[in-house]
Design a protein around this ligand. Structure first.
Ligand SMILES: C[C@H](O)CC(=O)SCCNC(=O)CCNC(=O)[C@H](O)C(C)(C)COP(=O)(O)OP(=O)(O)OC[C@H]1O[C@@H](n2cnc3c(N)ncnc32)[C@H](O)[C@@H]1OP(=O)(O)O
Length: 724
């Protein structure tokens, strides 16, 4: 393991260069913080040191405080493991120290890393270094003085925006804002920084302590106005999370009572936030997401991903055009194949619209958009397939059609070419039945809209080669997705785990619970919308097709609600035709359409599941639990069958694919916070009252009875078998 250390070298010019060594991102682990204090104290005392330069080894300044420490605090609740960095190191030793210091920033300075730089007296950066305070995305807030120094350097409005969004900026923008004093080529970074530090020591340049600055803050009333607007915004954008409002309050403390008081309050609130459930959930998701890149027998066994330069996408519909867009945006040559010129034109237009949508939302510069569009070529036959490295089939969910396509592409593509399908439910063994290339067949399940949604579910069969999986993982990363490798079964990991979500909602409605109440409760739990609004959005055709697949695969635990058929019969198709559970009018939020209620009554009459013919009475909490506990139950079966490598993969997929609230840590993490025992007992009770749909799985039963967390590895359970 590479050494974790802080070094100091004093040059003949009298500059002490203090360097952080903690690969890969120079995280500020506890020994690093101790090392910084030690070296800084030594530099301050040495007579041959006139000034200090702080930098990071390996082209990265620092990725911030060591997030592993948060995990330890979450495990034992002991915040005393976190040293007093803010006052002891940043204020007393660095900012108010006797020697001027300059931060030499390359690569990235994030969170505590940027905050150390803010505690220096000037900041010099290499081009395109990432600068940001992303702490809120981990459920905490800047804790080394960032809430106070950043507004004082770049103004309150921009500083609040950077903290609330957790988005980084580049050093070039940092220079314009006043965060960075100079942007210089990497090769000159240390030289310029050394000279800058000496210039400060010799009073040729200002010895600027950012905590003492006031010129960028504006008047008290302006500050109040900015913070008021920020509070209103985060009430909408950060529901159920404490850290945004807490951060605004701490910023306000410094505006009213001065930067130093702000720093003191920040340190206290920071420690409170570390212990919050929100931080536990978000830190869990941070590490879980990174864990997905480690797949047993695929990664770490000496295989190297092959280059994938050219990809053919078959089908230019919603999914195909989205996938083609994602590939083209990352400079992959794309062949988009359709069956006739009308469909092809539609597909090409959809790609153009995807790209120009990104330009309009300022997510993509025009030159990159032009470049992306130039990467895509349309095709009506297979003549361009002879040198493709990968094919992604994205046609409608029709088994014979997919089988025909796979037989054809096996013949026309080169032997190394990966044959992927974007099916969301169909068993891959069935799709590849008529081929002899089973080792190259793999699922590349994107989520709609494919050029925006971050998840790529990679589905392997028993025959898929490790090389094909590794190649697709590399493609996924290159197109900025989070690839998660899962096993083969109906619905794979994500749709399979979540099929009871809409089923549970339909059972509740047919038991007499109001649709709009259900949607409201699920939205206040933290999903972006309730199951019925979601159904309106995806269209009822999808619900019918998907429902059929799951009913045939899992007939023991599926419910056929008469409601969807009745809605379709009455001419409704959700948002598509403007008629669903909700009324859709341009420019306004969807409004409940109460004319749907008689159709629901009819569905209840046909389903006939209300005990004694009377609507059941449930609390708001029971509504959420009756919909999400069956999802947890299915997640247990997915874990039991070894469809995922580890439980936390389901947490990541639930957040990135199903928009389960990340601050709840994902579906399994959340279930463990609720407790397997409570989930088991509730499901058992409902299964006795309302039928098999709620019947607890043997995995859940075993874990609940033995008191083992659902997320514990399979070896703790006697019933597990792996498909990975
Ligand atoms: C008091 C302070 O205000 C509090 C804080 O500073 S909280 C921390 C704030 N900093 C952050 O949120 C940054 C978090 N890190 C990131 O966003 C990204 O890792 C990054 C942009 C720095 C680098 O991204 P990328 O190059 O894609 O590498 P990525 O795979 O994410 O990370 C590489 C490794 O570094 C680890 N890592 C990254 N940042 C880390 C951190 N701050 N602490 C501990 N480990 C960290 C990752 O876990 C990963 O480990 P692994 O290889 O064992 O899985």
């Amino acid at each position: 393991m590479a050494p974790v250390k802080v070094t100091m070298e004093v040059g003949t010019d009298g500059v002490a260069v203090i360097t952080i060594f903690n690969p890969p991102v120079n995280a500020l682990a506890i020994p690093i913080i101790a090392g910084l204090k030690e070296k800084w104290t030594e530099a301050t005392m040495r007579n041959d040191v006139k000034a200090i330069v702080l930098t990071g080894n390996g082209g990265r300044f620092s990725g911030g405080f060591d997030i592993n420490v948060f995990q330890k605090v979450h495990a034992n609740g002991d915040t005393s493991q976190m040293p007093d960095v803010s006052v002891d190191l940043v204020v007393n030793t660095m900012e108010d120290g006797k020697k001027p210091a300059v931060a030499a920033i390359e690569g990235l300075a994030l969170g505590g890393g940027l905050e150390l730089a803010l505690g220096c007296h000037a900041r010099i950066a290499a081009p395109r270094a990432q600068l940001g305070l992303p702490e809120l995305s981990l459920g905490v807030m800047p804790g080394f003085g960032g809430t106070q120094r950043l507004p004082r350097l770049i103004g309150l409005s921009k500083a609040v925006e950077l903290m609330m969004t957790s988005e980084p900026i580049m050093s070039e923008e940092g220079k314009k804002l006043g965060l960075i004093d100079a942007v210089v080529p990497s090769s000159e970074l240390l030289k310029v920084s050394r000279q800058w530090a000496l210039d400060i020591a010799e009073r040729h340049k200002p010895w600027m302590r950012s905590l003492h600055k006031t010129d960028k803050i504006g008047s008290l009333s302006e500050a109040h106005e900015i913070l008021k607007v920020a509070r209103e915004q985060v009430k909408q954008t950060a529901k159920n999370m404490p850290q945004h409002l807490a951060c605004i309050e701490v910023i306000e403390e410094g505006i009213i009572h001065g930067g130093y008081n702000g720093v003191l309050k920040e340190a206290k609130v920071f420690k409170d936030l570390v212990l919050s459930d929100t931080s536990k959930g978000l830190v869990h998701i941070f590490f879980s997401q990174r864990a997905t890149s480690k797949v047993p027998n695929v990664t770490g066994i000496g295989l190297k991903p092959r280059t994938v330069k050219k990809v053919a996408v078959i089908g230019g519909g919603l999914m195909g055009s989205g996938i083609a867009t994602a590939l083209a945006l990352s400079n992959t040559i794309v062949i988009l194949k359709e069956i006739n010129s009308e469909f092809l034109q539609k597909g090409m237009k959809a790609i153009e619209a995807n790209v120009s949508g990104l330009v309009a939302r300022k997510k993509l510069p025009q030159d990159k958009a032009d470049k992306a569009l130039s990467m895509v070529k349309g095709a009506l036959d297979y003549s361009d397939f002879k040198d493709v490295d990968m094919v992604i089939e994205a046609v409608i969910e029709n088994v014979p059609l997919k089988q025909k396509i796979f037989s054809e592409i096996e013949k026309v593509c080169p032997p190394h070419c990966i044959l992927a399908t974007n099916t969301s439910t169909i068993d891959l063994n069935i799709i590849g039945e008529n081929t002899t290339s089973k080792d190259r067949i793999i699922g590349a399940h994107f989520f709609s809209p494919a050029h925006i949604m971050p998840l790529l579910e990679i589905v392997r069969t028993e025959k898929t080669s490790a090389q094909a999986i590794l190649d697709l993982m590399a493609v996924g990363k290159a197109i900025k997705k989070v690839p998660v490798v899962v096993g083969n079964c109906t619905g794979f990991a994500v749709n399979r785990t979540f099929f009871p979500y809409s089923q549970g909602a339909h059972i509740l409605v047919n038991l007499g619970v109001d649709v709009f109440r259900i949607d409201t409760q699920i939205a206040s739990f933290g999903l972006p919308m309730g199951p019925f609004q979601l159904q309106d959005l995806t269209g009822y055709g999808v619900a019918v097709a998907v429902g059929k697949e799951f009913r045939s695969a899992f007939s023991d635990r599926t419910f056929k609600s008469p409601l969807i058929d009745l809605l379709i019969k009455s001419g409704r198709n959700g948002k598509n035709n403007g008629k669903g559970y909700y009324i859709y009018e341009k420019g306004s939020k969807p409004r409940p359409d109460f004319t749907v209620l008689p159709i629901i009554e009819e569905s209840r009459r046909l389903a006939n599941i209300m005990p004694g013919g009377k609507p059941i009475s449930v609390t708001d909490q029971e509504i959420v639990e009756m919909i999400l506990f069956p999802v947890v139950n299915e997640a247990c079966r997915v874990l039991d069958e070894g469809i995922v490598v580890r439980a936390s993969d389901l947490d990541v997929t639930s957040v990135l694919g199903m928009s389960f609230p990340s601050y709840r840590g994902g579906i399994v993490f959340w279930a463990d916070t609720v407790g397997a025992g409570h989930i088991y007992r509730s499901l058992k009770k409902w299964s006795e009252l309302y039928g098999n749909f709620f019947k607890p799985s043997s995995f859940l039963e075993e874990r609940a009875t033995k008191g083992i967390p659902l997320s514990a590895p399979s070896s703790t359970s006697s019933v597990s078998r792996s498909r990975m």
